[in-house]
Ligand binder design. Structure first.
Ligand SMILES: [Mg+2]
Length: 225
């Protein structure tokens, strides 16, 4: 049975990485290497320490850059400028996802803890850029990432969204719980094993719905209408 609340949704908010495309090891490796090089250069640590810092900051601060800002006072704009020059050809557009996103009534937004420029490039590579009405990335967040309640509030205010009529999709449990607490209809995208075992939220009602991927959810939603 389709949730009645979904029928009234007119704002669709999507996380980007591991939500609008499946986990992509090739892209992750490129990104990790850039971040580790940056940490080694700026914080003056060896490769192994840089790699540990990258992972622990990502888990504890929601984005590696935020950990570096808090712990080492780095310039976050310098960081984002330098690490997102990546080869995106490993990402493949999903025509089915495009079709379903086109069918969604209302506005579509991206809420990502990643860099704004990076989000633009990923969306372009996925052939979804023309379907998105706005991107709220780490810069717009003022480098305060999800799941901070401030971030959802700021995004909702910026795009003039009433959370009662908004749905959010995210692969991270803490982030989707944050969206639910902000009043949005929260769909957890259980896309990869890492996020099934990290960031686990104790509240069993941390989301309103869950799906292995966005297409499966939207297909079911449209089929039941
Ligand atoms: Mg994600």
């Amino acid at each position: 049975m389709i949730d009645n609340r979904l029928k009234k949704i007119n704002n669709w908010v999507f996380d980007l990485d591991d939500t609008l495309y499946p986990s992509n090891p090739e892209l992750s490796i490129q990104m990790s290497e850039k971040i580790c090089d940056y940490i080694q250069e700026v914080v003056h640590v060896d490769e192994e320490t840089a790699s540990l810092m990258q992972k622990s900051y990502y888990l504890n601060y929601g984005a590696t850059v935020c950990g570096l800002v808090v712990e080492y006072h780095i310039d976050p704009h310098d960081f984002t400028r330098r690490i997102h020059d990546l080869d995106f050809s490993c990402l493949t557009p999903d025509p089915e996802l495009r079709e379903y996103m086109q069918k969604l009534k209302g506005s579509k937004y991206i809420l990502t803890n990643g860099d704004h420029n990076y989000a633009v490039k990923v969306l372009r590579q996925l052939n979804l850029d023309d379907l998105v009405d706005g991107i709220f990335a780490i810069q717009q967040m003022g480098f305060i990432p999800k799941p901070s309640p401030l971030t959802y509030r700021k995004m909702l205010r910026t795009f003039d969204i009433d959370p009662r009529y908004a749905a959010m999709f995210d692969d991270n449990q803490k982030n989707i719980y944050g969206a639910k607490q902000a009043g949005m209809y929260a769909v957890w995208v259980a896309s990869n094993d890492f996020n099934k075992s990290h960031g686990l939220v104790e509240d069993p009602n941390f989301c309103d719905s869950q799906t292995p991927d966005v297409v499966t959810f939207l297909k079911k939603m449209f089929d039941q209408k």
